[in-house]
Design a binder for this molecule. Structure first.
Ligand SMILES: [Mn+2]
Length: 276
């Protein structure tokens, strides 16, 4: 029996790279029946795409998602920085699949704001003035990042890479995550959102944030490279799915079956042989 879920959020799958844990993600997807799927950026890694590396399990994920959409699940693909080429096609719709740069949903009367999060890359230290930009903030920052990358490429330099920047120092990385969460939260509170849901920084999280203007719930779906996590919204509640726990639970429940009997028999017969 597949577990039914109202909504799942996946981000940072990085299909097409060696780091992607595709088989684990497939096991997870095969265990659920989601009504709505939000793909919150960096799903296919077009930046690192190589013609000679796209394993069968990676294709299976795309196939599974398409099958979900054909059987009635609604899919929203929000673009990230590693799949920013798709931003050219944003607001495109085909069947049950929608492609956007950001998404606002009403979840049981609460306003939820979804976006990948790379817009904060160049300006995460400047949370205060970003919050002042209010509703314009997101579109403004997307333009900023796009032109930054455009100039870097013109100068013959590599695109701005967050992971490269924070890999250099743990202290910097911790500070960056803090700043990221604060920036997203301040902006969400300023705009009256109850939930702000991001990806990008590969840090799964559900936490209540408060500032002097109000409060909101900050959520991050993590990734399928290091953490193997997803967000699930069901019966008006948010939960963080951890693959490691899921794998442990499914092993435990399967070992209560006939497998246990066989191993018990093996132990029994080996004991008998020793004594004989
Ligand atoms: Mn990203």
């Amino acid at each position: 029996m597949k577990r039914s879920v109202d909504l799942i959020v996946l981000s940072d799958i990085h299909l097409g790279t060696f780091g992607c844990h595709a088989q684990e993600l497939l096991n997870y997807l095969n265990s659920i029946q989601p009504k709505k799927i939000i793909l919150n950026g960096d799903i296919i890694d077009i930046w690192q795409f190589r013609k000679n590396y796209f394993p069968k399990t990676h294709l299976e994920i795309i196939k599974t998602l398409i099958e979900f959409s054909m059987s009635g699940s609604e899919i929203v693909y929000i673009t990230g920085n590693h799949d920013e080429m798709l931003r050219k096609l944003s607001d495109f719709e085909i069947g049950n699949i929608k492609l956007v740069d950001k998404l606002i949903l009403d979840l049981d009367g609460k306003k939820a704001w979804f976006f990948h999060g790379d817009v904060f890359d160049i300006s995460v230290q400047n949370a205060k003035w970003i919050a002042k930009l209010g509703g314009w903030g997101y579109d403004f920052l997307i333009l900023g990042n796009r032109s930054l990358n455009f100039f870097l490429m013109k100068l013959g330099k590599e695109k701005y890479s967050l992971s490269k920047k924070i890999k250099n120092s743990v202290k910097k990385a911790v500070k960056f995550v803090d700043d990221f969460e604060k920036t997203a939260t301040d902006l969400a509170i300023e705009n009256g959102y109850h939930y702000v849901i991001c990806g990008h920084i590969h840090q799964p999280q559900i936490s209540r944030k408060v500032n002097k203007n109000g409060t909101c719930l900050y959520l991050n779906s993590g990734d399928w490279v290091e953490n193997l996590t997803a967000l699930e919204y069901h019966n008006k509640r948010w939960e963080l799915f951890h693959y490691s726990k899921f794998e442990k639970d499914s092993k435990e429940s399967s070992s209560n079956g006939p497998v246990d009997f066989i191993s018990a028999f093996a132990v029994f017969s080996s004991k008998n042989m020793k004594s004989g």
